[in-house]
Design a binder for this molecule. Structure first.
Ligand code: NAD
Length: 246
């Protein structure tokens, strides 16, 4: 499927599911994993706004798979046998070059050989396509998506249960959450993935780590932001100015 085909099918599904959430469970945590996440999360936000129940602290786009890929592929390059030991912030959006792994901020610090950096970043950004091609028409990532979905849902639930220090990147609305106004000023777009700390009410704090990115990563950030403007507008437009029903 092209991205447009995917949008046409999933936009309506997300709209209808989130309409149900707005009507019957307006206080629920909403974790959107359906692609294209860059657009389906703005769709969800617009639906919730329309029903006057939008709480930015409880709406998340699940970008954890990008972190899982960043950990896995970086571990392979640096010879780390346990990828989960690498804490790599991945920011931006959740498709292709809107995904920005901030490898220079990896903890513990890793040294990526200069001749391997471009390929590593591309592999993290386009890992989803690699899976689609390998499955040759039989679907997209499933097990890795399940693991990522589990990891993210567990983080939200741990925060909700009062556990402290639970942080994962998530694609969030840049308003109404502690720390988002700085990020919004910097990126300009309405939604962006950044490390989020979870608490009893959902997103308790968003961390603005973007100023710490190096020059190479700042160029990637610019490409990401340029792409996100259109992706977000497409999602918002789908609700604000819906296509005629067939
Ligand atoms: N965010 C991520 O990291 C990530 C990664 C991989 C895939 N995805 C996305 O996850 C979604 C699911 O992927 P998959 O591989 O599991 O697809 P799939 O086709 O195997 O499963 C989709 C499921 O949705 C159900 N469904 C269809 N229409 C529905 C509706 N109107 N209401 C409720 N359920 C409905 C289908 O019956 C099916 O069980 C896709 O949107 C895919 O793009 C996201």
């Amino acid at each position: 499927m092209t991205r447009d085909d995917l949008f046409k099918i999933n936009a309506g599904i997300v709209r209808d599911l989130v309409t149900g959430v707005a009507q019957y469970a307006p206080d629920a945590f909403v974790l959107i994993i359906s692609n294209p996440v860059n657009s389906t999360v703005p769709i969800a936000a617009e639906v919730l706004k329309k029903h006057n129940v939008f709480n930015p602290k409880k709406l998340f786009g699940v970008t954890t798979l990008d972190v899982v890929r960043a950990q896995t592929f970086t571990a392979a390059v640096v010879g780390e046998s346990d990828p989960t030991k690498l804490n790599i912030p991945v920011v931006g959006g959740h498709s292709g070059d809107t995904i920005v792994p901030l490898l220079s901020l990896t903890k513990p610090k890793v040294e990526i050989p200069a001749d391997k950096l471009d390929d590593l970043v591309k592999r993290i950004q386009f890992g989803g396509d690699e899976v689609v091609q390998a499955k040759d028409g039989l679907g997209s990532a499933t097990l890795s998506m399940a693991q990522a979905g589990f990891r993210f849902a567990e983080a939200v639930l741990k925060g909700a249960a009062g556990e402290k220090g639970i942080i994962e990147p998530a694609y969030i609305y840049l308003d109404g959450i502690d720390g988002t106004s700085d990020i919004k000023r910097e990126v300009g777009v309405a939604f962006f993935s950044v490390p989020v700390e979870f608490g009893p009410e959902g997103a308790a704090k968003a961390y603005n780590i973007l100023p710490e990115a190096n020059d190479y990563e700042k160029k990637l950030l610019k490409v990401s932001i340029d792409g996100l403007y259109g992706n977000i507008a497409k999602g918002e437009e789908f609700i604000v100015n819906p296509p005629p029903a067939k």
